[in-house]
Design a protein around this ligand. Sequence first.
Ligand SMILES: NC(=O)c1ccc[n+]([C@@H]2O[C@H](COP(=O)([O-])OP(=O)(O)OC[C@H]3O[C@@H](n4cnc5c(N)ncnc54)[C@H](O)[C@@H]3O)[C@@H](O)[C@H]2O)c1
Length: 267
Amino acid sequence: MNRLAAISKQLIPSCPSGSSVQPKFTHGDFKGKRVLVTGAGSGIGKEISFHLAREGAHVIALDLNEEALKSVHKAIGGEYVVCNLTDGEATKKAIAALGRIDCLVNNAGVTALDPFLDVKLKDFDFVMSINCRAVFVVGQAVANKMVNQGTGGTIVNMSSQASERCLADHTAYCTSKAAVNMLTKMMAFELGKHNIRVNAVGPTVVMTEMGKKAWPPAKAAPMLARIPQGKFAQPYDVAHLVLYLLSDKSDMVHGSMIPLEGGFYTG
Ligand SMILES: NC(=O)c1ccc[n+]([C@@H]2O[C@H](COP(=O)([O-])OP(=O)(O)OC[C@H]3O[C@@H](n4cnc5c(N)ncnc54)[C@H](O)[C@@H]3O)[C@@H](O)[C@H]2O)c1
């Protein structure tokens, strides 16, 4: 046993998973874990799915884009579910048909950009239905499964830096993500006793398809200037934090929205 491992053993005999504390950081053991990731067909959800698969998880990739899901499935195995999250009843049925779920990443999201005075009701409803209502529908269906399984589990909801700051033309989006933060707290508040841990992450801009739509160069430059680290987040930055929150390593983190914004909130 090396020196660090010996010290770790004296200080912390075991962590909740029963494993000894390793000198080198790992995300924890996802082998045998069945993890549902929504919006797994592209962008951040796809990146998270790849990281989970690399760490041994059986990824259940959910998206409305079947072609994208097939390509993810070909690369990482696991299983996939084609589902439109705007349809609450279909979503509940799709989740009921799945087997055991140990972890959930409520990631799917959309945006619609307009100044407040011009926001159309249909756009507001659309953004809220996926970014907020679907997080509730999927979260409730999966949490019920976890309770019935008697296994507990971990859940990460995708929030955004936009949940705590106003961004021009982002009325529906900012509102939906602020709701995700409170939904995360409510889930944590009521599900903790069932050994279900719930947190959210709040990335700054990530240049996915959504990022490119919301942040064309003329808007991206002033946003970048407000981030003390002078850079946007990469999909892997988000994946690393999500895997940490899903794993035993974050055992006492519960009900939090962890920003991932390069210091944007300091301004
Ligand atoms: N890109 C950013 O700058 C950024 C920043 C902070 C938070 N986020 C959040 O991260 C999450 C992922 O965003 P992204 O940038 O990867 O976006 P993206 O557009 O690249 O991917 C979103 C995925 O969700 C799927 N999806 C959309 N509507 C769906 C529906 N009704 N049913 C099922 N699947 C649906 C899409 O098909 C797509 O595969 C979202 O919740 C987003 O709000 C993004």
